[in-house]
Write a protein that binds this ligand. Sequence first.
Ligand code: SF4
Length: 347
Amino acid sequence: MMEKRFILDLTLPEWEEYIKEKGLPKFRASQIYSWLSKGVIDVEKMTNLPKTIHAALKEDFITESMSVERHLESRIDGTQKFVFRLYDGHLIETVLMRYKTGLSICISSQAGCKMGCRFCASAHAGFGRSLTSGEMLGQVLLAGAFAGERIHSVVVMGIGEPFDNYDALIGFLKLANDEKGLNLGARHITVSTCGLVPQMIQFSKIDMQVNLSVSLHAPNDELRKSIMPIANRYSLGELLDACREYEKNTNRRITFEYSLFDGVNDTPECARELCKVLHGIHCHINLIAANEFDGSPFHRSRPESVRAFQDLLTKNGMTVTLRREMGTDIMAACGQLRRGIKEKEET
Ligand code: SF4
């Protein structure tokens, strides 16, 4: 027997195929797809469908909605954090932030992460499983429905390494970008990787104008290895070559994420070395005054170090921004809320 798929996983052509197999008229596929694209997953609420189709959908697909396990809203800036429980019990985090341009959402691509970055709470909470395309889309649809507003941009930067779940990621991008579905412009979507080189190159060849962001966090191999185990698999040289190839294939500017840790990677020497290694790459550097969590081996960089680091990069001609902190009263580090719930359940 075929394994059941989550109801949000299907593209419109796949719905048309399903409807054809069931011997139903083609327009039923568009009706189902239209409900799903509005975030209506409960088939009983698809009011223009007959009961027989409701029953078939329940029989053939996973229709249990992703339930909101926890919802927090910042009193400072209205940032909202959701912990969703998936149909099989796994937990994921999603964050909704308001910018001048509109609502931006940060979604998870996996329940947990295998990459083991030492500064990350998600790495400490273990790996559950990869999400399906529909579960990534579901975060956008459900959080949008919750906010009662259209989402303006998406970053795949929450829990998980998106390129470790490559096919589902591409499926999600196609679903999100589909003009008959969510219709989110590719330029409004950003995928963030810790640096899986082969997938970066593969990604540079897809025919979509999606933005790429790379977590760098160090200007040399030795330091990077002490922060991110992925640096043992791919050297900085290989990573930057992949970035150059991305630039060549897409003609797009890459963003480098650089979290600053006190006394570790926030020194003037690191800033100067960073300018040197990134020289010639069309890029933008996003500095982050890193969040700490219980058991974190690193501490947040001091404000004067952050300023000095930023100044040095700017003086050397780099394009730099300091990521604005959002929802500091509810957030803490990404993955921390999920980790807390998980630990409580396990004891
Ligand atoms: S920072 Fe990202 S890639 Fe690294 S462990 Fe955390 S979730 Fe995974």
